[in-house]
Ligand binder design. Structure first.
Ligand code: AMP
Ligand code: ZN
Length: 472
């Protein structure tokens, strides 16, 4: 039996009852990571939102086909058509080929997702953009044949003025956008026009370039999602997810291309967008500015990755989340209490045929209200016992995925992480004293402190940013 799920559809700015195209089945497409760097914790919120959506739909009785792409070409540093391909920036930074960069960061992304209990699509449902070049070229050819493109000296562009409802997702005010535009748009005809195919420079060879009817080059960033979703799902599908930054450009352009190519009125029925994670003082996190935190970085500071999951669950996905270390510490403390309570529960006593606690199900099916679901979980912990409690925790875990069903293991993992943190705090103090001794030219004392650090299994390494500790 399928339960009603309500979702906030960005297309209509309204919460709507979700109706799939095929009874009992749902297709979900998520814009995946650009694998030129580690994903930051903000990116992971976008993927966690897709995870909660998928698990809620399953809980409601649907069979879910989830696709998440890997962007390994074409995403330029400014999200538009200027700047450099992010993969080329990474190649220069790390002295590796594009394929090596993509493989390395894809693997790290999969690990981050795993420790956050994010259930990623498998195999062909995690398509790489570079594996779909012919499909992207074919789509650009179709757009060209229908008269929606034009060529400039650096590529093939989509003429957004030809589409009467261009910008409908973002509700773009095109007249003002065009009239108020002061920056140079180069050879583009309209400021909102975007690249479908970019040509390689004539005097240099790019590491990633392919032959095309327009010359050697590479696909624009937006065309990859249009081509891959079409190749896997067909022209029309149910739900598309991503962060809110994708509304005005990436998703707006995906809609334009896909709907012209298929000649359909709507290629996606529901668009879901998560709000951003912002750092303490409202600072924006971005991979290109280097101002970002990673899951591995949290672990190094003694935090369990699921504390981040708990922190995100506390806020509805359409509200922004403030991140700072104190908030994370509070989330970890609450989660630890949840684990302590769950560790004593005998899950063998659970009722395997019972429906999920109605209140939790209602909260999740109401536009993925995880904050409310968590509150109901805490209520249940106070009110229920024995088999009832075991049943509720087990079922809530199917969507919340907080490690409740193996709570003792989670507590052990946390103990290990915090133990490392204690040792390093002490060592950091020794290191600071050694630096002071050196600055005071007390080399005997500095050496004695260094030996103490060595005895604890660490060596002091002097770097451009100051002295650091490394495990021997
Ligand atoms: P990218 O790897 O840059 O293509 O981004 C992957 C996903 O993360 C996209 O859905 C973005 O919209 C989303 N995203 C980027 N920054 C943040 C942030 N600070 N908070 C939440 N989501 C974000
Ligand atoms: Zn996309």
């Amino acid at each position: 039996m399928v339960t009603h799920v309500k979702l906030y559809n960005t297309l209509h700015r309204e919460k709507e009852i979700f109706t799939p195209r095929t009874d009992g089945e749902v297709q979900v497409y998520t814009c995946g990571p650009t694998v030129y760097h580690d994903a930051h914790i903000g990116n992971m919120r976008a993927f966690m939102t897709a995870d909660i959506l998928k698990k809620t739909l399953k809980l409601a009785g649907y069979t879910v086909h989830h696709v998440m792409n890997i962007t390994d070409v074409g995403h330029l540093t400014d999200d538009g058509d200027a700047g450099e391909d992010k993969m080329l920036v990474a190649m220069r930074r790390e002295g590796k080929t594009a394929a090596e960069i993509a493989e390395f960061y894809t693997e790290r992304f999969v690990t981050d997702a795993e420790v956050l209990n994010i259930d990623l699509p498998q195999g062909k449902d995690m398509p790489r953009a570079t594996a779909y070049i012919p499909q992207q070229i074919e789509m650009v050819q179709q757009l060209e044949a229908k008269g929606y493109t034009y060529q400039t000296s650096d590529g093939v562009y989509f003429d957004t003025s030809k589409l009467k409802d261009y910008g409908k997702l973002a509700k773009l005010d095109l007249e003002n956008l065009n009239a108020g535009e002061r920056v140079s748009i180069g050879e583009k005809r309209n400021p909102t026009d975007f690249a479908l195919w970019k040509l390689s420079p004539t005097n240099a060879k790019r590491d990633m370039e392919w032959d095309s009817p327009w010359g050697k080059g590479f696909p624009g960033w937006h065309i990859e999602c249009s081509a891959m979703s079409r190749a896997i799902f067909g022209d029309v599908f149910d739900i598309h997810t991503g962060g809110i930054d994708h509304i005005p450009v990436h998703h707006t352009n995906e809609i334009a291309q896909s709907e012209v190519a298929c000649g359909c009125e709507k290629h996606v029925n529901y668009w879901l967008h998560n709000e951003f994670v912002v750092l303490g003082q409202g600072a924006k996190m971005s991979k290109s500015s280097g101002n970002f935190l990673t899951v591995a970085g949290l672990q190094e500071k003694g935090f369990h990755p699921l504390a981040l999951r708990y922190l995100y669950l506390q806020t509805h996905y359409r509200k922004s989340v403030k991140f700072d270390w104190d908030i994370l510490a509070d989330a970890q403390t609450a989660l630890k209490r949840l684990w302590q309570r769950s560790a004593g529960v005998d899950f063998n006593t659970r009722n395997q045929t019972a429906q999920l606690s109605e209140v939790i199900q209602i909260a999740l099916c109401d536009d993925l209200n995880t904050a409310e679901a968590l509150a109901k979980l805490w209520d249940g912990l106070k009110q229920l016992e024995g088999a009832e409690l075991a049943t509720m925790l087990w079922q809530a875990e199917e969507v919340l995925s907080l490690g409740l069903a193996n709570a003792q293991q989670m507590l052990d993992e946390l103990a290990k992480l915090t133990a490392v943190d204690d040792v390093s705090a002490e060592l950091q103090e020794l290191l600071a004293q050694r630096q002071q001794a050196r600055a005071a030219k007390d080399f005997a004392q500095a050496d004695a402190l260094r030996d103490k650090i060595l005895a604890a299994g660490y060596k002091v390494v002097d770097t451009a940013d100051g002295a650091k500790l490394e495990r021997i």
